[in-house]
Design a protein around this ligand. Structure first.
Ligand SMILES: Cc1cc2nc3c(=O)[nH]c(=O)nc-3n(C[C@H](O)[C@H](O)[C@H](O)COP(=O)(O)O)c2cc1C
Length: 244
């Protein structure tokens, strides 16, 4: 095998109403770090560029997953459902395809009232199929956040994204990174630059660590998958089925 066989795709998703803001900048830097070792290609998508409706709770995705499980058996992981498994026909189809195609996902969102903005929660809710079909298993992830003040909701935002990424079946390999967009995180905007996050050395260091961890883990995960494939080892579950 060659180094090219272990190259990974990293998808950066940023969710904020602001284009070209601090959060996007932090994610762009993280993707640059990820690419710098030559083992990753990256793509950044901005949720603002996509039409994403609220989840309507119809449970169509869940019913389709259960239908396929009944047909193929509960031991089959991931569940071989059709590519896009949501009843709402909007741009989530494109985002699901990109997520399924990636080896790793970096999710970036600013702190809004001590947690993530609504746009990001809406995106997360629309990923429910992955909670049940396990199609994102074996991919790695980490969250990134930016806030005005230091310690003013960053942990909650990171935890919310962490639990959501884990629920979707992703393997989160870093607790992520938080940065501030004001001088020293004291809430004083830095007039000369729109990207005040640049001056947050603590935040940029954490971002660097998170991005490095993600790319390393993604390459290791890919190498492991290829090795298992070569050895003819497929993953089997105990085949537990819910009571009918
Ligand atoms: C509605 C709203 C709520 C916010 N809530 C918080 C907050 O709870 N804590 C905080 O430190 N910053 C808060 N902020 C500030 C943003 O997190 C900060 O400006 C961040 O840099 C935004 O990212 P951006 O530069 O990419 O737009 C809030 C901003 C908005 C618009």
């Amino acid at each position: 095998m060659h180094a090219a066989d272990f190259k990974v795709k990293i998808l950066g998703i940023v969710g904020t109403p602001i284009k070209d803001g601090n959060c996007q900048y932090l994610l762009e830097q993280a993707l640059q770090v990820a690419e710098s070792g030559g083992q990753a290609t990256t793509e950044l998508i901005h949720l603002k560029d996509y039409r994403i409706e609220y989840c309507i709770g119809c449970e169509m995705c869940l019913r389709r997953v259960h239908k396929v499980q009944k047909e193929v058996g509960y031991h089959v992981v991931p569940v071989p459902v059709e590519e896009y498994n949501c009843s709402i026909k909007d741009d989530m189809r494109v985002i699901h395809e990109k997520m399924l195609d990636a080896d790793a996902i970096l999710l970036a969102a600013p702190v809004y009232i001590a947690t993530i903005p609504g746009q990001v929660k809406t995106f997360i809710d629309r990923c429910r199929t992955f909670v049940h079909d396990f199609r994102l298993r074996g991919k790695v992830a980490a969250p990134l956040t930016v806030a005005f003040y230091r310690n003013a909701g960053e942990d909650t935002a990171l935890q919310t994204m962490t639990l959501s990424l884990l629920a979707m079946g992703l393997t989160q390999v870093s607790f992520g990174a938080s940065a501030v967009s004001t001088r020293e995180g004291m809430g004083i905007p830095i007039r000369e630059t729109r990207f005040a996050v640049k001056e947050d050395l603590v935040g940029m260091t954490m971002m660097n660590m998170a991005a490095t961890q993600v790319v390393q883990a993604a390459v290791q995960m890919k190498a492991g998958k290829l090795a298992l494939e070569e050895a003819g080892i497929t993953f089997q579950t105990a085949g537990w089925a819910p009571p009918q």
